[in-house]
Design a protein around this ligand. Structure first.
Ligand SMILES: Cc1cc2nc3c(=O)[nH]c(=O)nc-3n(C[C@H](O)[C@H](O)[C@H](O)COP(=O)(O)OP(=O)(O)OC[C@H]3O[C@@H](n4cnc5c(N)ncnc54)[C@H](O)[C@@H]3O)c2cc1C
Length: 382
């Protein structure tokens, strides 16, 4: 087993590292403070081909793989998580369902724009009344002639309300199965469809330069042909999407954890206390050593999950482990990095303050830590 990166992977990682440091770092603090969406950064990421990374060239993609996407997410999150989650959600939750389950017409219509970063798509699973328990979905879609009529609402949907959002895919109850359980399907709703309303952005603790909205559907009509994948397969479809997404979120969490190490080393070498840099004190060195250990082991966990996925092997448990471990590590490292920065760590102008605010959601989004434990335990036969 060899987890060393090949030349192409190293080159990709380095180009994104430079981009994050030179293009993202100087401007992201202001976007974060003002809660504005970084359109210019998104445009440049589009030009770099990042939105098309894990997709085949025939659909306008770059012909890379999911691991390449993870490497990119790690490097972005090492500098800023709002930008990283914008890319993660756009690729893994936005474009991937269409790429995997779409008809040729749906692919031809949406993928070129989504894979170039010219447009974004959201993935609407969570509702105001249900998140972890996706079976509790209440949004309904009823077939009326050759149209779906959708009623319901979705909560916390990333990339759903930007100026360049082209569509959201929503999960909805489309009937009842023979065993009495809900028949769940996935439907594409283009932005601007009458009856589809995007609420103003939330006031969030973190990810402040990313786009998140509540959505409502009030007799919202879309063509029957907007069904994504097979009717009644919505549940299975989004489980696959979420399994993959967990590896991507783990990579993002590792990036944040590593960014905490970077910032802590720089600060500990500069900050003087009791006549010398605080980095000379073993108490600080040990904190940083522990942070590095945690980032490293979390990285190995997501590399392993991605390798299994790309090899076509089962990876559900390993993806859950990677997400659970990496998000825990991200929160730990953000807390310690803030501690090392003392009072300045509590000031928003310091990146670690952003890391701290951005870390907590990693234990919640795309399956909470409790849900990851449920997945792992279930996979162990419990
Ligand atoms: C900024 C942001 C962006 C998001 N983006 C998206 C998006 O793009 N698309 C999307 O669909 N969703 C999105 N989400 C939603 C996110 O995935 C959910 O918030 C998450 O899955 C948890 O669901 P919930 O908030 O309903 O919490 P709940 O499911 O209500 O859980 C509340 C608490 O109960 C615990 N719990 C629940 N069931 C059990 C159980 N059986 N055993 C033990 N504990 C349990 C949970 O772990 C949690 O601690 C986003 C959320 C945020 C905050």
């Amino acid at each position: 087993m060899d987890f060393r990166l090949d030349e192409e992977q190293q080159a990709l990682r380095e180009s994104v590292r430079d981009f994050a440091r030179e293009v993202v770092a100087p401007v992201i603090g202001e976007h974060y403070e003002k809660r504005t969406f970084p359109y210019e950064i998104v445009r440049q990421m589009g030009k770099m081909g990042l939105f098309g990374l894990p997709f085949a060239e025939e659909h306008g993609g770059m012909g890379g793989d999911y691991f390449a996407l993870c490497l990119v997410l790690e490097e972005l999150a090492r500098v800023d998580s709002s930008v990283a989650i914008t890319l993660e959600a756009a690729v893994s939750l936005g474009a991937m369902p269409i790429y995997r389950f779409g008809t040729e017409e749906q692919k031809a219509r949406w993928l070129p724009k989504l894979l170039s970063g010219e447009a974004l798509a959201g993935f609407g699973l969570t509702e105001p009344g249900t998140g972890s328990d996706a079976g509790g979905t209440r949004t309904r879609a009823v077939l009326d002639g050759d149209e779906w009529v959708i009623n319901g609402s979705k909560a916390f949907i990333t990339n759903s309300g930007t100026d360049i959002t082209a569509l959201v895919t929503v999960t909805a109850v489309t009937g009842t199965k023979p065993d009495g359980s809900k028949e769940l399907s996935t439907i594409i709703v283009p932005s601007g469809t009458p009856g589809f309303t995007v609420a103003p952005g939330y006031s969030k603790v973190g990810w402040n330069a990313s786009d998140t909205h509540e959505l409502t559907f009030d007799d919202c009509r879309v063509p029957a042909a907007n069904l994504l994948g097979e009717r009644g397969r919505g549940f299975a479809q989004f489980l696959r999407i979420l399994d993959e997404g967990r590896i991507a979120i783990a990579a993002l969490a590792v990036g944040l954890a590593q960014g905490c190490v970077d910032e802590s080393i720089t600060y500990a070498k500069e900050r003087q206390a009791f006549g010398q840099p605080i980095g000379n004190y073993q108490a600080i060195q040990f904190k940083i050593a522990d942070m590095e250990m945690k980032a490293h082991t979390a990285r190995l966990a997501y590399y392993d999950a991605a390798a299994r996925m790309l090899a076509g092997e089962p990876f559900k448990r390993q993806a859950a482990i990677a997400k659970l471990h990496a998000s825990t590590v991200a929160v730990d490292n953000a807390r310690e990095a803030t501690q090392i920065h003392g009072g300045y760590g509590f000031m928003n102008e310091y990146p670690v303050a952003r890391f701290w605010r951005d870390s907590k959601i990693l234990e919640i989004g795309e399956g909470t830590s409790e849900v990851q434990r449920m997945i792992i335990a279930r996979d162990l036969g419990m």
